[in-house]
Design a protein around this ligand. Structure first.
Ligand SMILES: Nc1ncnc2c1ncn2[C@@H]1O[C@H](COP(=O)(O)OP(=O)(O)OP(=O)(O)O)[C@@H](O)[C@H]1O
Length: 347
C-alpha cells in the first residue's frame, strides 16, 4: 500500500458573496448569494514510502487545500484519501502521532515563550520520554545549528531562526509523513539553503515521506525528484522533474561564439537572450533549432555552437505565468474562474 493515496479528492468551498456597502449588508439578512470555489477537483495521486515530492502550482491553485485535507484539518466534499492507511479527516490519534504539517505562514510555537517551552508542551502531548526528547532536540538543534536559540522568546527570533524551531517542533515526535507548506517563505538566501540542506539530510536519513509546496524553484530542484503540478484544483502533471522540460519547454537556447566578433544579422532567427562582443545566445523554438543552426553556420563565421535546454525553473515559471493569464482572461470575460473548470490547455 502507498503511504499516501488520494482518489478524486474534491473540495468545494461555499462562500457568502456580500454586496458592497450598508445596503448590501441589510440585503444579506434576507437573501444571500453564495459563490462556489472548487479548490480541489478530482485530485488523484499516490506517494510511496520515502518519496520527497514537490507540490507546485500558482497562487490559489489548491495546494494548501489538498494538504489540509491530507492532514485532517478539512473534510473533503467528495473523494477519498488514505495517509498511512488512515482516513485523515477521521482524526485518529494513531495518525496524528505519525504525521506533521508545517505551514510557513503560520506559527505553531507560542509567541511569548522560548521555543524550548513549546517543545516541552509537545513532549507532553505526544508522551515522549525525557531521554528521547533530549536526544531528538539535541540532534535537530545541532543539524540546524540553533541550539543557542532554544531559550530565546520566539517573538525575538529572526524569521530563519523561528522556522528552524518550527521544524524541530514538527519533527519532535519523529513523524513518518511530513507536509511542508512553503517552509522557506520569506527567508533570506542563507537560511533557505540551511533549511534545504536539513530537509535533504533528514529525508535521506529517515526515509520520511515529504510533500513540499514552495514558490522557490530552487527548493524543488534541489529536493524533489518528482513533482505534482496542480492548477484550478486539477492535477495536470505528475512525474519526474526532468520530464517537465521535455513536456513543456517551448524553446531551446542556442549558444554561438564568433572569432571576429558578432557580425551577423539574427533578425528572425530567434530572441537574443544574451550578447557579449564574441558570443550570442538565442532563444529558438524547439522545432526550428536544426534549421536555425544550419542558417547561422552558413551565414556567419562560427567558432563554437551549443544547444541547451532552458532551466527547469524558467519553464515552470512560464507555465504558471501562462496559466495565470488563462485564469485572468476568464475573469475579465465575466466568468467565475473557480466554478468553471476546463482542463488546463497544456494537458
Ligand atoms: N476557507 C476558504 N473559503 C473559501 N475559499 C477558500 C478558502 N480557502 C481557500 N479558498 C480558495 O480556494 C482556492 C485554493 O486556495 P489554496 O489556499 O488551496 O491555494 P494554494 O495553491 O495553496 O495558493 P497559494 O500558493 O497562494 O498559497 C483559492 O481560490 C482560494 O481563494
Amino acid at each position: 500500500m502507498s503511504a499516501i493515496e488520494t482518489k478524486e479528492l474534491t473540495k468545494v468551498y461555499r462562500t457568502y458573496k456580500k454586496a458592497p456597502g450598508l445596503w448590501g449588508a441589510v440585503k444579506g439578512l434576507g437573501k444571500r448569494d453564495y459563490q462556489e470555489v472548487r479548490a480541489a477537483d478530482g485530485v488523484t495521486f499516490s506517494i510511496e514510502e520515502g518519496e520527497f515530492v514537490g507540490f507546485l502550482g500558482p497562487n490559489g491553485a489548491g495546494k494548501t487545500t489538498v494538504l489540509k485535507m491530507l492532514s485532517g484539518l478539512l473534510n473533503p466534499t467528495s473523494g477519498t484519501a488514505q495517509v498511512l492507511g488512515f482516513t485523515p479527516w477521521e482524526r485518529k490519534d494513531a495518525m496524528k502521532r505519525q504525521f506533521s504539517l508545517l505551514m510557513g505562514q503560520k506559527n505553531a510555537l507560542w509567541w511569548d515563550l522560548p521555543a524550548r517551552e513549546s517543545l516541552e508542551l509537545n513532549r507532553a502531548i505526544y508522551g515522549i520520554e525525557r531521554g528521547s526528547f533530549t536526544k531528538i532536540v539535541g540532534e535537530l538543534t545541532e543539524l540546524l545549528d540553533c541550539a543557542d536559540k532554544l531559550d530565546v522568546m520566539v517573538r525575538e527570533l529572526s524569521l530563519g531562526e523561528r522556522m528552524k524551531m518550527e521544524l524541530i517542533a514538527a519533527l519532535l515526535h519523529s513523524p513518518r509523513v511530513l507536509f511542508l507548506d512553503e517552509p522557506t517563505i520569506g527567508l533570506d538566501v542563507t537560511s533557505q539553503k540551511k533549511v534545504r540542506e536539513f530537509l535533504r539530510h533528514y529525508n535521506g536519513d529517515r526515509k520520511i515521506v515529504t510533500m513540499l509546496t514552495s514558490h522557490y524553484m530552487q527548493d524543488i530542484e534541489e529536493l524533489c525528484a518528482r513533482v505534482i503540478i496542480i492548477d484550478n484544483g486539477r492535477i495536470f502533471f505528475d512525474g519526474p522533474l526532468s520530464a517537465i522540460i521535455d513536456r513543456f519547454a517551448t524553446h531551446k537556447i542556442v549558444g554561438l561564439s564568433f572569432a571576429n566578433g558578432v557580425d551577423c544579422d539574427f533578425a528572425g532567427l530567434g530572441e537574443i537572450v544574451e550578447r557579449t562582443p564574441g558570443s550570442i545566445r538565442l532563444k529558438v523554438p524547439r522545432g526550428k533549432v536544426a534549421e536555425t543552426c544550419r542558417e547561422v553556420l552558413g551565414a556567419c563565421k562560427v567558432t563554437d555552437l551549443n544547444v541547451e535546454e532552458p532551466p527547469v525553473e524558467e519553464v515552470i515559471r512560464q507555465l504558471f505565468h501562462e496559466q495565470e493569464g488563462v485564469t485572468a482572461g476568464k475573469i475579465s470575460q465575466g466568468k467565475t474562474s473557480n466554478t468553471q473548470h476546463p482542463t488546463p490547455n497544456i494537458q
